[in-house]
Write a protein of this length. Sequence first.
Length: 132
Amino acid sequence: MMPMIYFVHYELRLGRAGFRFWRDVAIVAGATLVALVAHLAAIAIWALVFSLCGEVSPFAAAVYHSGLNYTTLGDSDATISSSWKLLVPLEGANGMLLFGVSTAMLFAIVQRFIATRFGGTTELRPPDFTKR
């Protein structure tokens, strides 16, 4: 996530982002692809954990099982031994948190582009009720 944030900051500093629609779309699409690759890497790491624990034997089945758990769909076909059952909800919680982080990153990028284009600020301020 940090390389993507530095890249967007660099593009904004040079004045290449936030002003051209298609350039901004390309940056957001690139950030989405980076997030997708990061999620796939996390799924593969969880699959490796399940495979090394001996719970899911072929690696392809472990990736499928891990993908279902990571996206919180759940895998009703797999039977995990009682000593490793805690890994399943941990992977689901990890997936939910990381999907939230990647969504927040994408919204922050889009918000910054909108603020740059329309001259606004990205800071949230409480309403001033003293002015009438």
